[in-house]
Design a protein around this ligand. Structure first.
Ligand code: RNT
Ligand code: ZN
Length: 422
């Protein structure tokens, strides 16, 4: 039986008092938490399929495993699925599209010729839901990316094709931002790399800088669109060398005033992006995050409430970086219900932010300033099991979304009534 509203309120009231003793104002936390926008990635809904129907395999080192029934096959289905997810998610959300989700009507338009009107249904839908959109160039699942090289390709014609794609996508980003009145983040990730030891690591990087400069040549009003570049350490088929590495893009972003997208799965397995945030933000006004979960490699598992996720949230909250970070999710799991995958990951991200906001950070910092590391560690550990669950439940209640695992019954119902009929 579900907990009654009265019980939820009672539990919250006790929790509020407990946190007040630690000088944490839960009322303020709830307001702050609701306001953080999280950009949810469209591609969990259909296994990074998109709607070009070109029969091209995903490629680019991206791999989605699983064949759970009911995946979205059309833009209408994808939109309906995400609308369902939104009813189960507390707080503000954006929707993050990829260029390969263009809606072609009849005639197929290639990537170098995409125009904003191919996204007009997405824009109208976003408007009707009062959510903002983000965007991504799609440098994979295309014959001209079949050898895993795009903007760094040795062939000038192929490079030019992908430069044009990059330019078109920024224009689409700007059109989205204009139509929705909220600046769109257009994120650029390319798969370019080599499976085995390269003989020349320099030339592809020189070509990439030149190509990126061509993509970004036109100035776009940041109120309409901002650009971000996403580094990676290695991928499937690019184990030995990735052209757009962390150092490559960090230098690029700083020198060209672009955002840098830190993806949690794009580094050595024991390396955390949490520690990078405060360094990178010394040199860049803004960054973007792809919150993901690597398991042994960049496997893009559904985001769970790990220590790493909490470390990321702590940095954002404790470092006061929320206003300078465009938070997005990036994972794809086809072995479970895809709507549930969205809900689990997005709720976990916000839960991690809540935990960080509820930590008595002033006391921790005071202990640190006094050099009292015993106290810092002791308080940090005690803080971990303060009654945050009661605050989370109350937050969901106030946000009109299911409390606790009750959301799962909603997803199951949707599966029975909609997904299983596909
Ligand atoms: C790939 C990058 C990239 C993609 C999406 C689909 O390693 O993480 O962000 O996951 O663009
Ligand atoms: Zn990513």
């Amino acid at each position: 039986m579900a907990t009654s509203i009265k019980d939820l309120e009672r539990a919250y009231s006790l929790a509020r008092e407990r946190y007040a003793q630690l000088e944490v104002d839960t009322g303020h936390v709830l307001e702050q938490l609701a306001a953080v926008p999280v950009s949810v990635h469209c591609w969990q809904g259909d296994d990074v399929g998109g709607f070009e129907n070109a029969g091209q395999e995903l490629g680019g080192g991206l791999a989605v495993t699983g064949n759970y029934p009911g995946k979205a096959r059309t833009p209408q289905e994808l939109r309906a699925d995400f609308e369902k997810a939104l009813t189960l998610l507390p707080g503000r959300h954006r929707f993050n599209l990829h260029a390969c989700y263009a809606e072609m009507t009849g005639r197929r338009v290639d990537r170098n010729a995409l125009t904003p009107d191919l996204f007009k249904n997405w824009i109208a839908w976003a408007k009707s839901l009062n959510i903002a959109l983000d965007f991504n160039q799609t440098y994979f699942a295309h014959p001209k990316a079949a050898d895993g090289l795009t903007l760094a390709h040795p062939d000038k014609g192929i490079r030019q094709f992908w430069i044009e794609h990059g330019i078109r996508c920024r224009e689409i980003g700007a059109a989205i931002g204009k139509a929705l009145g909220q600046s769109c983040l257009t994120n650029l990730w390319i798969p370019d790399g080599m499976k085995d030891t390269p003989a020349d690591r320099t030339a592809p990087r020189e070509r990439l800088v030149e190509a990126l400069d061509a993509v970004f040549a036109k100035r776009i009003d940041p109120r309409l669109n901002v650009d971000s570049v996403e580094p990676k350490l290695f991928g499937i088929g690019s184990e030995s060398y990735v052209v757009g590495s962390h150092e490559f893009y960090l230098g690029y972003a700083v020198s060209r005033k672009k955002l840098l997208t830190l993806d949690a799965g794009h580094f050595h397995p024991t390396e955390s992006i949490a520690d990078k945030i405060s360094s990178v933000l010394l040199y860049l006004p803004q960054i973007a995050l792809h919150v993901s979960r690597g398991v042994r490699w960049d496997s893009d598992h559904v985001v769970t409430l790990t220590d790493e996720l909490q470390a990321i949230a702590q940095e954002l909250v404790w470092g006061d970086y929320l206003g300078r970070t465009r938070i997005g999710l990036d994972y794809f799991d086809a072995t479970i219900n895809r709507v549930a995958a969205w809900v689990i990951g997005a709720r976990n991200l916000r839960r991690a932010l809540l935990l960080a906001m509820l930590t008595p950070i002033a006391a921790l910092r005071a202990a640190e300033a006094e050099g009292d590391f015993t106290r810092r560690l002791a308080l940090m550990e005690e803080a971990k099991i303060l009654p945050a669950g009661a605050v989370w439940d109350y937050f969901c209640l106030k946000q009109n979304v299911p409390v606790g695992e009750a959301w799962l019954a909603e997803v199951k119902r949707y599966e029975d009534e909609v997904l299983s009929l596909r």
